[in-house]
Design a protein around this ligand. Structure first.
Ligand code: SAM
Length: 218
């Protein structure tokens, strides 16, 4: 994922599922005055700024977006850093080196549509725990088992595409594990979290043909 504009134009499923999650679950969030907020896997920053930021307490101190993609972070910095309390950083959430200033820094950590791209979910969750202030909350919204992700495994066996794929990084445990909810709950609890709510929603998503036909990759 390194084409910010293409992503913004075509991430209608991510946007719709963000709205669904907000409508259903945001009333359960405990907000703090003067809070520090983290958005893990913020992508090009459109959801962070246009959708998440307006929902945060007006007294918020900082909103930090992190992402693995430098292309996305550069785009977010130049297009969606429209409030002085917003910052974007290039950071792999599975890193062994969380910046010192992020440790126990955040009141709420959000992650939208990112966890299903992470093979080492344990490292990601462990780091979220490290970055959270004691007793505070994370909110994770991501795809579980999703048939469209299986395209990656089939391409892994295709001579043409195989060189572009890193097989070790393909599918997250929450995609492949038949008992994904149990796996995730145990993972969160083993990292120190208490799970207040876990909700699996089954969905059928039909991509409009116009998303694919005649598209030029910039
Ligand atoms: C589908 S996009 C979601 C972007 C945005 N949150 C949204 O809802 O539109 C997934 C993002 O996760 C990021 N990502 C994947 N693995 C990551 C990692 N290990 N650390 C940080 N970000 C990661 C990708 O670079 C990508 O920007």
């Amino acid at each position: 994922m390194n084409k910010p504009l293409l992503y913004i134009e075509n991430s209608i499923q991510a946007k719709e599922d963000f709205n669904y999650a907000v409508e259903k679950y945001f009333n359960l969030i405990n907000w703090q005055e003067e809070c520090n907020i983290l958005d893990v896997g913020c992508g090009p920053g459109n959801i962070t700024y246009e959708s998440l930021f307006p929902l945060l307490p007006k007294t918020m101190k900082s909103l930090v977006g992190i992402d693995l993609s430098t292309h996305f972070i550069d785009y977010a910095k130049s297009h969606y850093q429209k409030d002085q309390r917003i910052q974007y950083h290039h950071l792999d959430i599975t890193t062994d080196n969380i910046p010192h200033e992020f440790e126990e820094n955040f009141d709420n950590i959000f992650s939208f549509y990112c966890l299903h791209y992470i093979k080492n979910q344990q490292a990601a969750i462990r780091n979220m725990y490290k970055m959270l202030k004691p007793g505070r909350e994370v909110f994770l919204n991501f795809l579980g088992h999703c048939t469209s992700m299986e395209i990656y495994s089939s391409l892994e066996n295709d001579k043409k595409w195989k060189p572009f794929l890193k097989p070790d990084n393909l599918l997250a445990p929450t995609h492949t594990d038949k008992q994904a909810e149990k796996y995730l709950r145990e993972l969160l609890e083993n990292c120190g979290f208490t799970v207040r709510l876990s909700h699996k929603v089954e969905k059928i998503w039909i991509y409009p043909q116009k998303m694919f036909i005649g598209k030029q990759i910039p």
